[in-house]
Design a protein. Sequence first.
Length: 130
Amino acid sequence: MKRVVAALIEKDGKLLVCQRTRHQTMPLKWEFPGGKIEEGEQPSAALRRELEEELGIRAKIGDRVAHLQHRYPNGATVELSFFVVREYEGPMENRIFRDVQWSEPKNLPAYDFLEADLALVEDLAAGKLL
């Protein structure tokens, strides 16, 4: 099972959403930034590392607000932990995504999110979690 962390980066009531490139697995799907936890790495340290790699920011990792497991139709299973990020240092730059956008939580269902993120997206759109 792949262990993954993702950030709900919040700014002015909006959340950062990122679109995968055509060349990534599950191309052009939207997701929250983050990535795989390496062997022996703590979830918050993994998320801090991923956000620096993907967006060039040094994030202060907040509370974990959701934890779930999802099995894709191909049998791959992922364990996801979502953390709130309200503070970061450095200018944000898109280093790996096709697109990044700030979205109000109520508008999140309009994006074509990864299947594993859909329940969380619904909760966020309904005003839960944050």
